[in-house]
Design a protein around this ligand. Structure first.
Ligand SMILES: O=c1[nH]c(=O)c2ncn([C@@H]3O[C@H](COP(=O)(O)OP(=O)(O)OP(=O)(O)O)[C@@H](O)[C@H]3O)c2[nH]1
Ligand SMILES: [Mg+2]
Length: 204
């Protein structure tokens, strides 16, 4: 039977990236964009991992199926780690990427060029009914530009500059982002975990 996994996200940018990355695992992926009636999980955790676990466990219990959730964000050193777990809503509940970028650029207007380091962080939680939830994570180092560059990706990608690429995350083609991003680095850790889980105890 083809393995089924729900990715507990409503974020279109993430959904696209997960569908592309999972196509190599021959696992059929659905996201919460396919389940409009899914519980809307309130992210009350104080860490990326806590929020990812909340999202994965709520949905895996609702549908009794293996669920992976991603909680991720942008952590800027000069802003004491902000926006962090509040990245999606940094400029307000409407989760507007453009407004989020504007707010970060305004807060960093006086930050010198040599103090604009940042990282993207992604925590994934894997919840399987009847088993212990597992988390993995990935990070991608970069720095924050003073203006947007590039139209690919989503969120803060246009202002996140990756030195050894000489480009922003939004200038990279999506295949390239899906090789080097914080999300890709976390997803890369899944095959060995899924192998063990499926090998040790086939999903019911
Ligand atoms: O430029 C970006 N490139 C990325 O690759 C990326 N990954 C995360 N983020 C930011 O962090 C928030 C996640 O917040 P988040 O994990 O709570 O997700 P979300 O609320 O958007 O959807 P959901 O997965 O919770 O349904 C997102 O909205 C973005 O602002 C990114 N920005
Ligand atoms: Mg969220």
């Amino acid at each position: 039977m083809e393995k089924q996994v729900i990715i507990a996200t409503k974020n279109k940018g993430k959904a696209k990236e997960f569908e592309k990355m999972f196509s190599t695992f021959h696992i059929k992926v659905k996201t919460l964009l396919d389940f409009p009636e899914a519980i809307d999980v309130e992210e009350t955790g104080s860490t990326f991992e806590e929020n990812a676990i909340l999202k994965a466990e709520t949905i895996s219990q609702q549908y009794n199926i293996m669920t992976i959730a991603d909680d991720s964000g942008l952590v800027i050193d000069a802003l004491d780690g902000r926006p962090g777990i509040y990245s999606a809503r940094y400029a307000g509940e409407e989760k507007n990427d453009e407004a989020n970028i504007d707010k970060v650029l305004a807060e960093m207007i006086d930050i010198p060029n040599d103090d604009r380091s940042a990282k993207f962080y992604c925590a994934l939680a894997i919840a399987i009914p009847g088993k212990e939830t597992i988390t993995v994570s990935g990070t991608c180092e970069g720095e924050i530009l003073r203006e947007r560059k590039g139209n690919n990706g989503f969120g803060y990608d246009p202002i996140f500059f990756i030195k050894d690429k000489g480009q922003t995350m939004a200038e990279l083609p999506s295949e390239e982002k899906n090789r080097i991003s914080h999300r890709a680095k976390a997803v890369d850790k899944l095959p060995s975990i899924l192998q063990n889980l499926f090998f040790l105890g086939d999903q019911k």
